[in-house]
Design a protein around this ligand. Sequence first.
Ligand SMILES: [Cu+2]
Length: 172
Amino acid sequence: MRFKALALMASVLVLGACAGGDKIDSDSTAAMGTDSAAMPAMADTMAGGATMPATGTTHEVQMVLEGSSYKYVPAELTVKTGDQIKFINVSGGPHNVAFKEADVPAAVVAQLDANMPATVGAMQKMGKMNGPLVTEPNGTYTISFTGIAAGKYPYVCTPHEALGMKGIITVQ
Ligand SMILES: [Cu+2]
C-alpha cells in the first residue's frame, strides 16, 4: 500500500516536471525565434503551432491529368515568404499536396504543417504535411507560406506519386 502510494507520487512528480519543461521550452521558442533547429521537435510534440495566414501574393498551381500524364502546372514555382499557393483540382483528381519530412528542414516542419488546412470538404489531412484529397472538380487547397523559411520544398501528390506527379516550391 505504502509502496503503491510512493509510486503514484513519483509519477505525478514526473508529469509535473514534463509540464514545467514544456512551459520553459515554449517561452524560449518565442525568445529564440524560428531559426533554432532545436525547437521544431518540441513543437511537434505540442499542438503543432498556429496557422500563419498569408500576407502576400496568391499563386495558383493547377493539378492536371493531361493525356496519361498527371502533373502540377507549373511544377516549379517560386514564391516569397508570406505568399500563398492555391492548388486547383482541374482534372484527373482526386489530388493532394504532400511534403515529406525528409525533404523539409526540421525547423520548418511544424509551421508548414500548421499552415496546411486540416480539411477540404469532408476529406481530412492524411498525415503531417500530407494534405487532404481534393475530390471536387475545381476544388481548391490553399497553403500559406508565412513563417516558412527560404528554401526548396519538393512535394508530391500522394495518389499519383508513383505516376510522377510532383513539384517543387522555392521560397525566397
Ligand atoms: Cu494527383
